[in-house]
Write a protein that binds this ligand. Structure first.
Ligand SMILES: CC(C)(COP(=O)(O)OP(=O)(O)OC[C@H]1O[C@@H](n2cnc3c(N)ncnc32)[C@H](O)[C@@H]1OP(=O)(O)O)[C@@H](O)C(=O)NCCC(=O)NCCS
Length: 154
């Protein structure tokens, strides 16, 4: 299994993977713009082709997870956890201190991944997402940057 930092030529793959996971898929150009930012931390994973990616931003001392998506045919095979760990190593390398993310309250696979990676809930944003016409709350979750077992520092 191979993980590496994403570069702008990965933008089409990231857009494809994002569209397979989310209603409001981000375009290739959106990813080109994100990946060009110095604050961006992005990891892709795959063997024969890209099947997983995660994108985060450094904001002050925070590492903000913007999105993570695994090809539906390759889920529950450890890619999500590997991508998260690789992003965490990059955040640690940049001297960041705290992870922060939002996740739809009904996204049980993602909540399972985050909780089992040491994230804890620190807040709720009411009606934050629109999913198939319905409003869904977002959980705000956090953990300390660094090897798992980190505590919430909010
Ligand atoms: C959420 C997502 C990234 C998880 O990636 P994944 O590669 O399938 O996850 P992993 O195989 O690394 O699993 C890691 C942990 O996540 C949790 N998890 C994964 N799939 C799960 C599921 N269907 N139900 C409950 N928990 C799940 C488990 O705790 C799992 O640990 P375990 O295998 O020891 O039980 C993936 O389902 C995905 O791409 N979803 C669509 C996009 C999305 O919702 N992104 C998050 C937006 S906030």
């Amino acid at each position: 299994m191979t993980l590496r930092p994403a570069v702008t030529t990965d933008a089409a793959d990231l857009s494809r993977l994002h569209a397979a996971s989310f209603e409001d898929g981000w375009s290739k150009d959106d990813f080109v713009t994100w990946l060009a930012r110095a604050e961006a931390m992005a990891i892709v994973g795959g063997e024969c082709g890209t099947v997983a990616f995660g994108l985060a931003l450094a904001a002050g001392a925070d590492a903000e997870l913007l999105t993570i998506a695994i090809d539906p045919a390759h889920r529950h095979a450890g890619w999500g956890r590997r991508i998260l760990r690789a992003l965490d190593a990059e955040a640690l390398n940049r001297g960041l201190e705290r992870w922060i993310l939002e996740v739809a309250r009904n996204n049980l696979p993602a909540i399972g991944l985050y909780k089992s990676s040491g994230f804890v809930e620190i807040g709720i944003r009411k009606a934050y997402y629109r999913v198939r016409g319905d409003r869904v709350d977002a959980l705000v979750m956090s953990r300390r940057v660094g090897p798992e077992g980190g505590q919430d520092v909010a």
